[in-house]
Design a protein around this ligand. Structure first.
Ligand SMILES: [Mg+2]
Length: 199
């Protein structure tokens, strides 16, 4: 963990933090070497639905930012991805949680697209859609170093969902590390965050 590590006490400020979440390997099981191409292949990780329900009381907005170069590779279509995301949102909603926006980057890694994490394109789109967003008042949760670079470069608190070995290699990028989204939710739920101001 790093020296500039920001205290989670920050969450006790008078308005809610925004939560940026990576998808694969955080909310659902990542298919190594492949892609989730339909809802039947989308498997929530243990405790992820409970975690999303906890987050909905603590954060606003809750935003998923996901690289999906499977589209660029022709492994799936935008329509298939929309179906998967409708399924994900509905299951989360049934469990008492909410996702306010999902941004995906369909472009290939080799394209050096500005929307692909670690580049900030998806965060900038989110700020366009949620003008009150302040990245310094935001957290980024992901399972890859590219997620941590994305969050770190924008001034967010970064949370890695991975084993300690990966965290140890990149101490300056990572503020917190947990084994699962659920473990993170358990810790964060101990903070008493105020209601956001009415719009
Ligand atoms: Mg991931």
């Amino acid at each position: 963990m790093n020296e500039r590590r920001k205290s989670l006490e920050l969450l006790n400020s008078d308005r809610k933090f925004a939560l940026f979440l990576d998808r694969d390997g955080v909310i659902n099981r990542r298919i190594v070497g492949g892609y989730v191409t339909r809802p039947a292949e989308f498997e929530f990780l243990p405790g992820a639905l409970e975690a999303m329900s906890i987050f909905s009381k603590l954060f606003y907005p809750i935003i998923v930012v996901t690289n999906q170069q499977g589209i660029g590779k022709g492994k799936m279509t935008e329509e298939q991805l929309n179906e998967i995301h409708s399924f994900m949102k509905e299951e989360i909603r049934k469990a008492g949680g909410e996702i306010h926006a999902i941004y995906h980057c369909p472009d290939l890694k080799v394209s050096h697209s500005t929307c692909r994490k670690p580049r900030p394109g998806m965060a900038l789109r989110a700020r366009h859609d949620f003008p009150a967003l302040n990245f310094k008042h935001s957290m980024m949760v992901g399972d890859m170093i590219s997620d941590m670079v994305f969050g770190h470069n924008l001034g967010m608190i970064t949370v890695l969902i991975a084993d300690e070995q990966l965290a140890r290699k990149h101490p300056m990028l990572i503020d917190y590390r947990f084994n699962s989204l659920y473990d993170f939710a358990m810790i964060i739920s101990k903070f008493d965050v105020q209601e956001p101001p009415k719009k």
